[in-house]
Design a protein around this ligand. Structure first.
Ligand code: ZN
Length: 124
């Protein structure tokens, strides 16, 4: 699982080695409470921040259209089609991207600051 993900969070792409004090989680994309199983097709590697914010959520409200939109699914979707890393900020390219950024709080100030630092040292 960690190997498949390249030891990166499959949502924000942070590498485990960048936050050695916070072990990444194997996350259920569809939470058990919604009938999701332990099959590898339903599991993703997530940093503690993305995992904490995602919780059992499957959808969010699109910040622009106010419509209910599914969250990014690392097994079904391609990261680059939904997100773009601009400097240290993750930009949503689609409704799925924008909604996932919001629900997972991917551009929270401290996370952007960490990405800025990693970028400065060529680690991102
Ligand atoms: Zn993450």
């Amino acid at each position: 699982m960690r190997h498949r993900a390249g030891n990166r969070c499959e949502y924000c792409l942070l590498k485990q080695e960048h936050v050695p004090f916070a072990t990444f989680h194997i996350e259920h994309i569809i939470a058990r409470k919604h009938g999701g199983g332990d099959d590898p097709s339903n599991l993703a590697l997530a940093c503690d921040r993305c995992n904490a914010h995602k919780g059992p959520n499957l959808v969010g409200i699109d910040p622009e259209t106010r419509e209910i939109v599914p969250l990014f699914n690392p097994r079904d979707h391609i990261w680059e089609e939904h997100f773009h890393l601009s400097e240290a900020t993750i930009i949503g390219l689609t409704a799925i991207g924008c909604t996932t950024i919001r629900v997972l709080n991917m551009n929270e100030e401290r996370r952007v600051r960490l990405r800025t630092m990693l970028k400065r040292y060529g680690q991102l």
